[in-house]
Write a protein that binds this ligand. Structure first.
Ligand code: PMP
Length: 415
């Protein structure tokens, strides 16, 4: 230890934290949240649309009726009544499950972390869509996994791409630990795996013995009728399902769940107990009351109507303002659009200019483990009003046009 001081932490870190870095989204927060900036970079649901007075009354009743219990520890797996209620919620998407098979977590995010702890050793291969959810990348990177991206198009994950990746791994003598997928209204791409592809992906996974982790926070935030049923609704083995109340109730509650086969559930339960002893009793009780005492389906409709209008405003503004050769997805639900800039542009390099013009987005590279996504960006439509979204896109389009000019000047000068 000679030469080290107590201020010198880096030499003491566990090897697994060396790969941990701040996500591009976090790094953006401070600038993007300035009031003059139209932030299309966010990812928060619009909690101001919740009935605060009703919630206040609900919390008051909760404390009056079950205060001591709600302020105590509880079993690690969480309340049976809430797990049963969540089974009822999943049933609306066609998933049949028993409360015994659910483990409650601090959001789906903790579910992902517990799954990574359960399944991943350093160097293990995880397959994921390209792009994929940045929070999952953070978890997989912290577990020192080797994330391999699979191609995706407007109908979601491409089955041939999965088949090829599996064949490639077999040639290398390797196997993937699992496929992580967000099949419905994906974050960040806003695309949905088609009905037909769902069957094909399941067939390929079954044939190769590939475990699937299905992350499904958005399927109830559906703008044009119900999306195709989740993968877990089609099979009851081979798929571990992650759910959350973040998008249908409130993200700040941090309440999610994992639906897993009994053997995995037992491991997850031990991991929950080691990590947090038990999920918050207060939040479980409040969530139970949201589903049993409040008009929760009406509330989800309120969110849907609001986001649909904002999605429409974003689509219209992109069409009206964006320069030619810019592309974007048309999400049927969820919170995000994935835009592709014209050839030769770089969304990360462009960001300081966008912030100067008072508009923010998330550069695409944050959603890949391999440096891809330079021409892409994620745009959020849940947090800003339709007017702000339109103004934000107007500003953004000006920045893109400026970068096209720069590109052309540079190309002309170099020729
Ligand atoms: N998975 C995906 C795909 C997400 O977009 C999010 C939230 N942005 C999460 C998981 C985390 O959700 P929770 O709030 O339940 O932790």
């Amino acid at each position: 230890m000679s030469g080290t001081t107590l201020d010198d932490y880096t030499g003491r870190y566990a090897s697994r934290v060396h790969g941990m870095a701040q996500s591009e989204i976090r790094a953006l927060f401070s600038v993007a949240s300035r009031p003059e900036v139209v932030s299309l970079a966010g990812g928060n649901p619009y909690t101001a649309a919740l009935p605060m007075d009703d919630l206040g009354e609900m919390f008051t009743r909760l404390l009056a009726q079950s205060g001591p219990q709600a302020l105590s520890y509880c079993p690690g797996q969480g309340s049976t009544a809430l797990r049963e209620t969540l089974c009822g919620v999943m049933e609306l998407s066609g998933i049949t499950a028993s409360a015994d098979d659910l483990v409650l977590t601090n959001g789906a995010q903790q579910g992902l972390d517990l799954l990574a702890r359960t399944f991943l050793d350093p160097g293990d291969i995880v397959l994921a869509e390209g792009p994929t959810y940045v929070g999952a990348l953070g978890v997989f990177q912290a577990a020192q996994a080797d994330v391999r991206h699979l191609p995706m198009d407007r109908d979601g994950l491409v089955p041939e791409g999965l088949e090829e990746a599996l064949a490639g791994l077999r040639r290398e003598g390797r196997e993937a630990k699992f496929l992580y997928t967000v099949p419905t209204y994906q974050n960040p791409a806003g695309v949905t795996l088609s009905e037909d592809r769902r069957e094909r992906i399941l067939e390929i996974a079954e044939r190769h013995g590939l475990l699937i982790i299905e992350d499904d926070p958005y399927s109830m935030i559906s703008f044009e009728g119900a999306p195709p049923a989740p993968l877990r609704a089609r099979v009851d083995r081979g798929v571990i399902y992650l759910g959350t109340v973040s998008k249908i109730f409130a993200a700040g509650l941090r309440l999610g769940w994992v639906l897993a086969p009994p053997a995995v559930r037992d491991k997850l339960l031990l991991a929950v107990e080691a990590s947090i002893l038990c999920p918050s009793s207060l939040i479980q009780e409040a969530t139970l009351r949201f589903f049993t005492e409040m008009e929760w389906r009406q509330q989800v409709k309120v969110f849907i109507t609001l986001y649909r209008d904002r999605r429409d405003a974003l689509m219209a503004a992109l069409t009206d303002f964006m320069p030619e050769d810019t592309g974007w997805t048309h999400p049927g639900g969820g919170l995000f659009v994935w835009a592709t800039l014209p050839e030769g542009l770089d969304s990360k390099a462009m960001l300081p200019r966008a912030l100067q013009e008072r508009v923010a987005y998330v550069p695409g590279t944050g959603f890949y483990a391999d440096g891809n996504g330079r021409r892409q960006m994620r745009l959020n439509f849940s947090t800003q009003s339709a007017d702000s979204i339109r103004e934000g896109v107007r500003r953004l389009a000006g920045v893109v046009a400026g970068d096209i000019e720069l590109r052309d000047t540079f190309a002309g000068g170099a020729a």
